[in-house]
Write a protein that binds this ligand. Structure first.
Ligand code: PEP
Length: 253
């Protein structure tokens, strides 16, 4: 039995004050919700204030990326130990926007995932195909390549802190969601690869989130699929009411 895990990825949105307003409402309204793991991923700038506000709550703080080195001459980057120091407990790595606009590759995502885990963070490794790749029948091959890179160098000891997020690029921010059947097909394939990589017992404990235009109206049907264990939510995590409704829908399954 895997505990569903819902993460709100705020991307490049919200000042520190706006972040605190949102997270205070989430903290108040979700305090009684049980049976589900919840995280928010603010910008690096808002992260320390958000983590502090969430202390003692059932909501964790996640970063949107994690650099692979711990310190040094790497202008603009933030490392795993720094994220832990700021109050993060999870890190998203390999988000498709990082792959598309900032040059992340299967190899660099693997380095980032290992660095996050080495720092003591949980790592959410994102994978997913573009529309052209899906139309070209290459979805599973693309996911395989991203998964192989993202999981390289990992062993079974980190499995408890590893989450995979399947996010078809054509569904991110487009309002076009994968059907539960389409998503389940890829999730089952990822689960099969995790079995091959870590053995069935460990692999069956790894959560695989779906991401791509998740809303309260589709969350329950997606998460009802056997291999969909939660959601990585972008746009709908920016409004308290929307995110709360998704968390409650996900918990309802
Ligand atoms: C995301 O960016 O991870 C995402 C899934 O965005 P959205 O929910 O807006 O499609």
């Amino acid at each position: 039995m895997r505990t569903p895990f819902v993460v709100g990825n705020w991307k490049l949105n919200k000042t520190i004050a706006e972040s605190l307003t949102l997270v205070t409402e989430l903290k108040n309204q979700l305090s009684a919700v049980k049976g589900i793991q919840i995280c928010v991923a603010p910008t690096f700038v808002s992260l320390p204030a958000v983590a502090k506000r969430l202390e003692g709550s059932n909501i964790g703080t996640c970063s949107q990326d994690c650099f692979w080195e711990t310190s040094g001459a790497w202008t603009g980057e933030v490392s795993g130990p720094m994220l832990v120091d700021a109050g993060a407990t999870w890190a998203i790595v390999g988000h498709s926007e990082r792959r598309q606009f900032f040059g992340d590759t299967s190899e660099s995502v693997g380095k980032k995932a290992r660095a996050a885990l080495a720092a003591g963070l949980g790592a959410i490794v994102c994978v997913g195909e573009s529309l052209a790749e899906r139309d070209g029948g290459r979805t599973l091959a693309v996911v395989d390549d991203q998964l192989a890179g993202g999981l390289s160098g990992m062993d079974g000891t980190i499995v408890a802190r590893l989450v995979i997020a399947y996010e078809p690029v054509w569904a991110i921010g487009t309002g076009r969601t994968a059907t539960p059947g389409q998503a389940q097909e890829v999730h089952a394939h990822i689960r099969k690869r995790l079995h091959e990589r870590f053995g069935a017992t460990l692999a069956d404990t790894i959560r695989i989130q779906y991401g791509g235009s998740v809303k309260s109206s589709n969350a329950e049907a997606l998460i009802a699929e056997p291999d969909i264990d939660g959601a990585l939510v972008g746009g709908a995590s920016l409004e308290a009411a929307d995110f709360i409704a998704i968390v409650k829908a996900a918990r309802g399954t």
